[in-house]
Design a protein around this ligand. Structure first.
Ligand SMILES: [Zn+2]
Length: 534
C-alpha cells in the first residue's frame, strides 16, 4: 500500500520543509518536491493533495493518563465554571449530547466555588435538582475532597437526617438538620455504589472513543500512566490495552507503569517486564510519585512555602525506598520516570539518580513535571542527562499562584522552558490529561507565549523563558520519541520514519504566534492510514 502526499508545507526539522512524501506500508519511503515524486508514481499509489497546508509529525503526548481520561470524558466537565447556572447549563448540554446516558447516574468533575463570580458557595442538592430529580447526579469539586449530589441520590442511598455520620468524613446538614447533598472526605465512599461496574467491552469502547478524541487533536502516540501493576483494576486496564492494540488501534501506547510495591516490580521483572509487546502497545518506565501538587501546597519544597511557612509539602517516599526501586529498575535496564514538582522533590530524585548513573543515563531516566527549579538544579539535569517531561499547560493556572507559593526569586527560575533548551536538555512535552484537556495547541501556546489561555499577561510570564515554535513542536514529536527510544524512526517526517502525521488549518510557520491555540487539525494519519478528517 502506497500513498503519495503532495502540494504540502511539510515540516521536517528546523528550517527544513518539503512538499511531498511517498509512504509505503506505514513508513515514509521518500520525500522531495512534487515534481520529483509525482514523476515516479505508479498505478497502485493513492494520491493525496494537501492543498498547500502545513503538515507536522503526529504529536507524542509524553505524559498523560489516557484510560483515565476516557473515563473522565464520560462525565460532565465543570472546570472553570464561573457560576452555578453555568454548571447547570453544562450538565444539560451533556445530557443532550449523550442520549445513551439518559436516565443513568450523571457524574461531573472539577467545579470550584472560588471561580464563581456571584454566590461563591458549595453547590448543594437544591442546585442539582434543577438539572433533574429523576436520576442521581454526583458532581465532584476540583480537589476531589468534596462531592455534591442531588435529592434523588440521597433518596437512593437512604441518607436522611437520622443517618449516622461517617468516620473521617461527613455529609453536611442544612439549617433544618436535613442532608443538603454535600459529602466530604470518607463520606464520599458512600457514593461508590452508584457507579456501574464496567465490562471488558465497556473498557475497550472507552479506549476507542478516547483514541478518536486524541486523533482529533493530532495525537498519534501517548506515554500513559494508567496501570498499577499488582492491583485488580490495573490488570483489567492492562488487559484492555492488549485487546485495543490487537484491533485497529489509532494511537500508539507506551506505558508508564506504577507498582503496588517493590516485590510486585521484582515479580514482573522475573516473568518478563515487556511481555507481549507490539508496535502499538509497549511497556516503558517504572513510574513513581514523590510529592504532591503546587496548588495544594503538597509539592515538596526545600524551604517552607512563602504563603504558608508551616509546611514544606509532603514526601511520598523515603530516599531509601526510592533508591531501592531505582536500583532494581536500572539493573534490569528499565527506564524510570518520577513525578516531582517541588524543588525539594526534584533534588531528592536527582540525588537518587546520581547513585545509579555512572557515566551515561543509558536507560533514559527522567522527571515528570519539573516545575519548581533553580539554575543549579537545571545544571544537574544537564550533567546527569535526565529527561524533563514538561506540561507547559500548567503555566495557565500556576502563573497565578507560583509567586505566592514560592516567592518571586524562585518563581523566576521555575517553569524554565527556555533555560531547559539553552542547556540542551532532553525535553518532552505532554498534556497530563485529564488533569488538563487533550488540546496540544494550548500547550504550545503556553510554551511559546508564556500566557494563560486568556492571553494574559500581554508580554508573557517571565518572557525570557519563552521557547520558539520549532522547539515546542519538536518537544511534542521527536522529543517524545526520544523518551520512548524511538527517535530514529518516529517524530520526524523523513525517510525511514513512521507515517504518523497531521495536517493543520493554519500556516503556523508564517504567522503570528498569538493564534496558535486556535489551530485545528484537519487530518490525522497513523501508520500510513487516515484515521481522522475534519
Ligand atoms: Zn500525571
Amino acid at each position: 500500500m502506497r500513498q503519495l502526499l503532495y502540494n504540502g508545507h511539510i515540516y521536517q526539522q528546523r528550517g527544513q520543509f518539503t512538499s511531498a512524501l511517498l509512504i509505503e506500508d506505514g513508513y515514509i519511503l521518500k520525500c522531495g518536491s512534487d515534481q520529483e515524486l509525482l514523476a515516479h508514481q505508479d498505478q497502485d499509489v493513492t494520491l493525496i493533495d494537501l492543498q498547500g497546508k502545513t503538515v507536522l509529525p503526529g504529536f507524542n503526548d509524553s505524559h498523560l493518563h489516557f484510560y483515565m481520561s476516557s473515563v473522565a470524558f464520560q462525565t460532565v466537565e465543570l472546570y472553570g465554571a464561573t457560576s452555578i447556572d453555568m454548571i447547570i447549563e453544562r450538565a444539560q448540554q451533556f445530557i443532550n449530547n449523550h442520549p445513551e446516558a439518559q436516565g443513568k447516574a450523571l457524574f461531573g468533575r472539577g467545579w470550584n466555588q472560588d471561580y464563581f463570580e456571584t454566590e461563591p458557595r458549595l453547590i448543594n442538592r437544591l442546585d442539582l435538582d434543577r438539572i433533574s430529580t429523576d436520576f442521581p447526579i454526583v458532581f465532584s469539586r476540583a480537589c476531589g475532597h468534596v462531592v455534591s449530589v442531588n435529592s434523588k441520590t440521597l433518596e437512593i442511598l437512604g441518607i436522611h437526617a437520622l443517618t449516622p455520620q461517617v468516620d473521617g468524613g461527613q455529609f453536611d446538614l442544612d439549617a433544618q438538620g436535613q442532608p443538603n447533598g454535600v459529602f466530604r472526605e470518607n463520606a464520599i465512599d458512600l457514593l461508590s455504589s452508584l457507579r456501574e461496574p464496567l465490562s471488558s467491552q465497556d473498557r475497550l469502547n472507552l479506549l476507542t472513543s478516547i483514541s478518536q478524541i486524541a486523533n482529533q487533536y493530532g495525537i498519534t502516540s501517548v506515554q500513559t500512566n494508567d496501570i498499577t501493576v499488582g492491583s485488580e483494576e490495573g490488570s483489567a486496564i492492562e488487559e484492555t490495552y492488549r485487546h485495543y492494540s490487537a484491533l485497529n488501534p489509532t494511537v500508539r501506547i507506551y506505558h508508564q507503569l506504577c507498582f503496588t510495591d517493590i516485590d510486585t516490580l521484582y515479580a514482573r521483572i522475573q516473568s518478563g517486564y515487556h511481555q507481549g509487546e507490539n508496535q502499538f502497545n509497549r511497556y516503558g518506565p517504572l513510574k513513581i510519585f514523590i510529592d504532591g501538587s503546587l496548588g495544594a501546597r503538597t509539592a515538596k519544597m526545600r524551604q517552607p512555602y512563602h504563603d504558608d511557612p508551616s509546611t514544606r509539602g509532603i514526601e511520598c517516599m523515603t530516599s531509601s525506598v526510592l533508591d531501592e526501586f531505582i536500583n532494581l529498575a536500572d539493573q534490569n535496564n528499565i527506564q524510570v520516570a518520577i513525578h516531582a514538582i517541588g524543588d525539594g522533590a526534584i533534588t531528592q530524585v536527582l540525588n537518587s539518580y546520581q547513585n545509579v548513573i555512572q557515566t551515561e543515563n543509558k536507560n533514559r531516566h527522567g522527571i515528570i513535571h519539573c516545575q519548581i527549579t533553580d539554575m543549579p538544579i537545571l545544571n544537574r539535569f544537564k550533567a546527569l542527562d535526565i529527561l524533563a517531561y514538561v506540561q507547559p499547560i500548567f503555566l495557565h493556572y500556576d502563573m497565578h499562584i507560583v509567586e505566592d507559593r514560592v516567592g518571586q526569586g524562585l518563581a523566576s527560575t521555575s517553569y524554565a522552558f527556555g533555560t531547559m533548551e539553552e542547556l540542551g536538555l532532553h525535553v518532552a512535552y505532554g498534556t497530563d490529561s485529564p488533569v488538563e484537556g487533550l488540546n496540544v495547541f494550548n500547550n504550545i501556546h503556553c510554551a511559546i507565549n508564556r500566557q494563560d489561555l486568556k492571553s494574559f499577561p500581554e508580554n508573557g510570564f517571565y518572557p525570557n523563558e519563552k521557547v520558539d515554535l520549532e522547539t515546542a513542536i519538536d518537544n511534542l514529536t521527536i522529543g517524545g520519541a526520544y523518551a520512548s527510544f524511538e527517535e530514529d524512526h518516529k517524530g520526524r517526517l523523513l525517510p525511514g520514519y513512521m507515517a504518523d502525521l497531521i495536517v493543520i488549518d493554519q500556516p503556523i510557520f508564517q504567522q503570528d504566534y498569538a493564534q496558535i491555540k486556535d489551530v485545528q487539525v484537519t487530518m490525522t494519519m497513523v501508520n500510513g492510514k487516515v484515521v481522522y478528517t475534519r
